[in-house]
Design a protein around this ligand. Structure first.
Ligand SMILES: [Zn+2]
Length: 235
């Protein structure tokens, strides 16, 4: 079943850092993925035009669609304007999975975007919070195995040259170490970690492919309930 995924971030590079590996995994699974960057990253480092081009290159490298929110860096409020912007993106993309910042964060924009998204995604069945370098309290309980996608995450982050050059936070070694740390928690090699606001587990079976030129195989008759689950003799 194809899912529609919306990843929301306050600034260019937040999404790639928080859930770039999961987005690559979604694309590999055939899901539609849209990234919404709420501000242009006007407070730098780097020029807005440069950061915009870097985000576009990163989105291309992850094969995701990119949309911009046009709010002002460092001045995002979780008000009706911001909520409306995110609601519009959820509606346009018909998102059934939303990734966003964790609510406890020392950056006011990250806190505001998390709060606005929780309101905007009140009808969305899966809302997952990712960690940023400025996140404070973060106790993950849901992981995405990105062992096959860490390279793509690192390649997407490398597109943000203006940030990579000026911040230790996006150093490939730190990103890989973090993925290995969460991988150990998740019992896989590399993982991204999330705190769910809501996660509805969809257990519906995958759609059956029509059989062409062949008879459908006969299913073995299921054993009677008593045979499958013999009751224990009461002694
Ligand atoms: Zn940020």
């Amino acid at each position: 079943m194809m899912r529609s995924v919306l990843a929301v971030g306050a600034h260019p590079d937040d999404i790639e850092l928080g859930c770039g590996g999961a987005l690559a995994a979604h694309r590999a699974a055939g899901d539609k993925v849209t990234m919404l960057v709420v501000t242009g990253g006007q407070n730098g480092p780097g020029l807005v035009t440069e950061r915009r081009a870097e985000s576009e290159a990163a989105a291309r490298s992850l094969d995701c669609l990119l949309i911009w929110g046009h709010l002002l860096d460092c001045a995002v409020h979780p008000d009706s304007g911001t909520i409306g912007l995110i609601e519009d993106a959820i509606r346009q993309t018909e998102a059934d999975v939303v990734y966003v910042h964790a609510p406890d964060d020392s950056h006011q924009d990250h806190r505001a975007v998390a709060a606005a998204t929780i309101s905007a995604a009140r009808h969305t069945r899966r809302v997952l919070h990712y960690r940023s370098p400025s996140t404070t309290r973060f106790e993950p309980s849901l992981y995405v195995d990105i062992s096959a996608h860490l390279d793509r995450k690192l390649a997407a982050l490398a597109c943000h040259r203006s940030q990579v050059e000026s911040s230790l936070m996006v150093e490939p070694e730190v990103v890989a170490a973090s993925a290995r740390h969460f991988g150990a928690q998740a019992r896989v090699r590399f993982a991204e970690a999330f705190v769910p606001s809501r996660f509805v587990w969809d257990l519906s079976p995958p759609p059956q492919l029509p059989l062409v030129g062949a008879e459908a195989p006969a299913f073995e008759e299921a054993p009677a309930f008593e045979t499958a689950y013999p009751s224990r003799a009461v002694t």
